[in-house]
Design a binder for this molecule. Structure first.
Ligand SMILES: [Zn+2]
Length: 556
């Protein structure tokens, strides 16, 4: 015998959607066309660990050239290291290499600088070489103009540092660094860390001495120099005070003053939720650059001038880049396969800023935008971990990975989530982390086995598509909820799903069910018959909502 079963089909109503960022202009990084993976892989296992870089750079805007002197201090990790293999593009021509005041033999080929050391170095032994070089960089270091003024700036992520300085160009060999930057006297040079000295030279140039005392990855070492005007601010915390310095174009001072006036509040917010700003002993700030990409250079975000409108339209971008100070700069992805540990975290951080200023509704609206961005990404669908060629900086890495963190917060629990971030920072700050490192922290802190979560969301691809409906079984107070997973292009997902029953008197009741099969029926004996049932009322789950394929009736 069949009973009639009324199904009410509900769709989660989309929140009023603000204009999607990225529709007209997306200042996040562009995807790459060259094979950075081969370059990065070739930099692995070279038998040394760089301890400190010291660079002297003379930038000549008239010739678009750089004259460099690099000191590289490294520690052998091999039993007998005799050749130091560094990355350096062929456009940079090495004129000499010395060690302990003696010239060394070297060769340059295929983007590699191979230096024969003065002797074999056993594991743990340190050595330092000095490299003189010059050339016109073909990419990553750009000489151009703004408002008729010369500007030089670098954008190196992921493997562009080698285009203008010799280094071990891999994200997990971080070292402290000193940048002595000489530019024409009417230019001012911004870089990482603390400005310890400026000097006027007899030839009319000026030298700016920057020291980055916290280990930095090569792709985060930066220069930006032009006729900057400085905007100063101060961040104060229990630790003391820190300079916040923005290097802005004179023609954009008013707009920059407006747009950057929330930076200190953002530093205070992220310090509250992530722990004190990691480079408190140094500084934070922005340096305006041409072009369309913002870049989280350690302590000195390079920021596209075209987003400085004086309207706060890009506050999310300021928050995103600042959050990289914790996630990307202080804790760096150990491999480009793990880039989501940088970009997913920074993208979720921008949503956290929206939560800070707009409460739950602010978070929800921003996560809706992140979801919409992800759902309109360029194909193919691929896992977050180890993205394919050309997809290092795609919406799966940014917005979908942000959603994974959002879901982790839901699955692990709110307090566990913040504790996870604190422990992750504590353990890997100043160094780098791989995806398994992060997962291990999540499991340890939450006390939960989370391999099911990460295997579907990080190592797997796609998202669940749910059919959802509910109805009352006639003649009974039992309410039946039906949830089906109908995605065709990815396996079944396992997720806890919150259901909110809404009653006529305005009260509500929440229940959580685990959805891990293709078809589920959940029966609830409730004190009242609901007038509505909400699926995932707090918007914790990245999913599609699909209309039911079979409507109206079911077998008893
Ligand atoms: Zn980013």
């Amino acid at each position: 015998m069949k009973k009639r079963f009324m199904m009410v089909f509900l769709l989660i109503s989309a929140l009023a959607v603000l204009p999607l960022y990225g529709q007209e202009f997306d200042p996040l990084k562009s995807d790459l066309t060259y094979d950075f993976r081969a370059l990065a892989a070739a930099a692995d296992n070279r038998g040394y660990d760089v301890q400190h870089y010291s660079f002297d750079w003379i930038f000549n805007p008239a010739a678009s050239s750089v004259d460099g002197w690099a000191r590289v201090r490294a520690k052998s990790t091999a039993s007998a290291l005799t050749v130091l293999k560094l990355d350096l593009a062929g456009a940079m021509v090495v004129s000499r290499v010395i060690q302990n005041c003696q010239p060394l033999t070297f060769s340059q080929a295929n983007g590699s600088l191979d230096i024969t050391l003065d002797r074999a170095y056993s594991s743990g032994q340190e050595f330092e070489v000095e490299i003189g070089y010059q050339g016109v960089p073909s990419q990553n270091l750009t000489f151009t103009q703004h408002a008729g003024q010369p500007i030089v700036y670098s954008l190196d992520e992921p493997t562009g540092a080698r285009q203008w300085f010799p280094c071990h160009d891999i994200p997990d060999d971080k070292a402290t660094a000193e940048m002595r930057i000489t530019v024409p006297g009417d230019m001012m040079a911004a870089s990482n860390g603390r400005l310890t000295e400026t000097a006027a030279n007899a030839d009319g140039t000026r030298t700016y001495n920057w020291e980055e005392g916290t280990p930095i990855a090569t792709y985060l070492i930066s220069v930006a120099a032009t006729n900057y005007t400085l905007l100063h601010d101060t961040y104060a915390s229990a630790s003391g005070t820190m300079d916040v310095v923005h290097y802005v174009y004179p023609e954009l001072v008013n707009q920059a003053q407006e747009d950057f006036n929330l930076t200190v509040s953002m530093i205070a917010f992220f310090s509250r939720v992530f722990g004190e700003y990691p480079f408190f002993q140094e500084k934070y700030g922005h340096a305006l650059i041409p072009g369309g990409t913002a870049m989280e250079h350690q302590t000195c975000t390079s920021y596209p001038a075209r987003t400085v409108l004086g309207t706060h339209a890009y506050d999310w971008l300021i928050a995103h880049e600042l959050a990289h100070s914790w996630w990307g700069d202080y804790v760096t992805c150990g491999d480009w396969k793990d880039i989501w540990l940088n970009e997913g975290f920074a993208t979720y951080s921008d949503a956290l800023w929206h939560e800070e200023i707009g409460g739950k509704a602010g978070l929800k609206a921003r996560m809706q935008q992140h979801k919409d961005a992800y759902l309109t990404h360029q194909p193919p669908e691929h896992p977050i971990y180890d993205p394919p060629q050309g997809h290092l900086f795609c919406r799966i890495i940014y917005q979908k990975a942000a959603w994974v963190l959002h879901m982790l917060r839901y699955v692990a629990g709110d307090q566990n989530f913040w504790n996870i971030l604190a422990a992750y920072r504590q353990r890997f700050g100043g160094g780098s982390a791989l995806t398994p490192d992060f997962i291990a922290v999540c499991e340890e802190v939450s006390g939960q086995s989370l391999s099911w979560f990460f295997s579907q969301w990080i190592y797997g691809s796609g998202l669940p598509a749910y059919e959802f409906g509910w109805g009352r079984l006639p003649g009974s107070s039992t309410v039946r909820v039906v949830i089906n997973q109908v995605q065709q292009d990815s396996p079944l997902f396992r997720m806890p799903v919150e259901l909110e029953f809404v009653f006529g008197d305005g009260s509500t009741q929440r229940e959580t069910v685990v959805v891990d099969q293709a078809r589920h029926r959940f029966d609830f004996s409730l004190s009242q018959v609901p007038i509505d049932v909400h699926f995932d009322p707090d918007f914790w789950i990245l999913c599609r909502q699909e209309p039911f394929q079979k409507k109206g009736k079911r077998g008893s």
